[in-house]
Ligand binder design. Structure first.
Ligand code: G4P
Length: 546
């Protein structure tokens, strides 16, 4: 009589799955691109996907960009929403690795969304336009990365166009960010003189051939010492000037230490041209070598001593009405530990509520693809039954709390009212939901008798989105009246400190939506006055929501 095959013991099974999860984690890289509009984020994304053989998706990236820049007014806002709407991960394979590129909204007004999305990344790629250098939006986003200790790689784009000198760009990075830029390659000329780049690791020269631009081909590679004899078409003065610059960089600069990069003290710098594909492959190899595999997001005290297959992840984005055909809310979760399996039961750490994750998708724009499993670093869209809040940790078997999401000082404040009293209930319900999604922040006057909704956001367009959605989804018309505040500072203080706090004349004490103390201020000058008048209280421009 034949015996039935025995199932492996639970211990053996879990050991096997821990090893598999670790293999999958180590082959993943999850990152986001930070840049100022027009620096070339879309083009770089497209080209990375092209090199990862995700050609269809690469085309769609461009399509979305042109759609969203084509229209004006409400449509433009809607299209802008389109960017954040589809903010998810684009996935491609390169040299045996699975790369998850987190898509972030390009418009400054939605940067709160970008800040939160950065929390789901293990590294960031800062794209700088060679001609323009570091622009305001890049600066802000870099500071968020620094605050959250996300290592940053730099891609200096558009070297095929005349721009600033590469040395000037390195100097600017060092001056503005107090980080050491360490070039990994060096351009041979720029603009119409652009001839290729020198790989600083081995002194080989990758030659640019404009007839091959835009195609996915490896460039011709020659050694630096043979350059003049092999390529007589390259002007000797260009070769000399590049040689001198390379020598200067070598003498003055340090070499790249991975630990320094991971600790935020150094940024590797790659020069290239996304439009012509030049330098992309070199960058991708460098990126894979340097970018860390997905981290667990648990505090050192919470990290299990033994590797565990227990799943956990956190929600960094909630989006309603992603697709008008579905009319639902999707929560985007970044897997941090263990393995996600469709239909698994998890606990929401905040509410301790158990929930079955039966509808999980990979989402790109309007398209959804059901997923059965996911590993650390992966982003999944969960159809949200109204149970999840931004920043929630979902976990299996044991309860873990991951780092919270950051809340940044808003720059615009306004009171929002429902103009149709009969729709007040719907207005309240809609607003509550939008706040939970992170579409807007809300503050209340700490002393006012009547509790008014003082809404606050980093970008002005966020108010338009909230009003538009209240009207279209909840049939609640609204009116908006601006308040003069321009900044918020959070603080922790004893009751005595709080009652003795000295505020600038035009400032106001407030509570945010989580009940945390804050001061609302009208200018940078007011902040200085606030600090001077209250030296024993620490005021913060960012808070981590828990
Ligand atoms: P963004 O997402 O950061 O906003 O920038 P995007 O990639 O859309 O690039 C902005 C403009 O810069 C585009 O030109 C794009 O073609 C161009 N560009 C990007 N990378 C390079 C590069 O390496 N070299 C050169 N010369 N140009 C580059 P556009 O005319 O605004 O748009 P399009 O008509 O080309 O789409």
């Amino acid at each position: 009589m034949s015996t039935l095959p025995t199932r492996p013991s639970t211990v053996a099974r879990s050991a096997q799955s821990i090893a598999e999860i670790e293999t999958q984690r180590l082959r993943r890289r999850t990152f986001a691109i930070i840049s100022h509009p027009d620096a070339g984020k879309t083009t770089l994304t497209e080209k990375l996907l092209l090199f990862g053989n995700s050609i269809e998706i690469a085309g769609a990236v461009r399509g979305r960009k042109s759609e969203r820049t084509a229209k004006s007014d409400w449509m433009e806002m809607e299209q802008e929403r389109g960017i954040s709407v589809s903010s998810t991960a684009l996935t491609f394979e390169f040299a045996g690795a699975q790369v998850n590129l987190l898509d972030t909204p390009g418009h400054h007004d939605f940067s709160e969304d970008t800040y939160r999305t950065l929390m789901a990344a293990d590294a960031a790629v800062m794209v700088i336009d060679l001609a323009k250098g570091i622009e305001s939006q890049t600066e802000k986003l870099f500071r968020v990365c620094a605050l959250r200790k996300i290592p940053v790689l730099t891609f200096v784009n558009k070297v095929d166009r005349r721009g600033r000198s590469p040395l000037e760009i390195l100097d600017e990075i060092e001056r503005k960010f107090s980080i050491e830029p360490v070039p990994q390659n060096w351009p041979l000329g720029s603009g119409e003189d652009f001839r290729g780049f020198v790989d600083l690791h081995n002194d080989s020269v990758h030659l640019f051939d404009e007839h091959r631009a835009n195609r996915r081909i490896s460039s011709k590679v020659v050694s630096w010492s043979d350059l003049e004899s092999i390529q007589p078409a390259i002007r000797p003065d260009l070769i000399d000037a590049t040689g001198e610059e390379v020598e200067l960089v070598r003498m003055a600069g340090a070499s790249l230490e991975r630990s320094q990069f991971l600790g935020g003290a150094q940024t590797p710098v790659f020069f290239g041209s996304a439009l012509t594909n030049f330098g992309i492959e070199h960058f991708l190899h460098g990126f894979l070598k340097l970018c860390p595999p997905p981290g667990s997001r648990q505090t050192p005290e919470q990290r299990p001593a033994e590797p565990s297959s227990n799943f956990s992840g956190f929600i960094f984005k909630i989006q309603a009405n992603l697709d008008p055909r579905h009319r639902d809310r999707v929560a985007f979760l970044r897997v941090c530990n263990g393995m996600f399996e469709r239909d698994m039961e998890v606990t929401i750490a905040r509410s301790m509520k158990k929930i079955r994750l039966s509808r999980a998708f990979r989402i790109f724009g309007q398209d959804r693809q059901t997923i059965e499993e996911a590993y650390p670093g992966d982003i999944i869209g969960l159809v949200c039954p109204g149970e999840f809040r931004l920043g929630d940790t979902l976990c299996q078997n044991e309860i873990v709390h991951q780092e919270g999401l950051p809340q940044f000082s808003p720059e615009f404040f306004a009171v929002l009212d429902c103009t149709d009293t009969a729709r007040r209930k719907q207005f309240d319900r809609g607003l509550k939901q939008l706040i939970e999604e992170g579409a807007i922040q809300v503050f209340h006057d700490a002393h006012a008798k009547r509790r008014e909704n003082l809404l606050a956001a980093v970008g002005e367009l966020q108010f338009d989105v909230v009003r538009y959605r209240l009207e279209s989804e909840y049939n609640a018309p609204t009116s908006l009246s601006w308040r003069p505040y321009k900044l918020a500072r959070w603080f922790n203080a004893t009751a005595e400190q709080k009652s003795n706090i000295k505020l600038p004349y035009s400032a106001k004490l407030a509570l945010d939506q989580f009940g945390h103390d804050a001061v609302l201020l009208q200018s940078e000058w007011d902040i200085k006055a606030l600090h001077r008048a209250n030296p024993d209280i620490r005021f913060e421009e960012m808070r981590v929501t828990t």
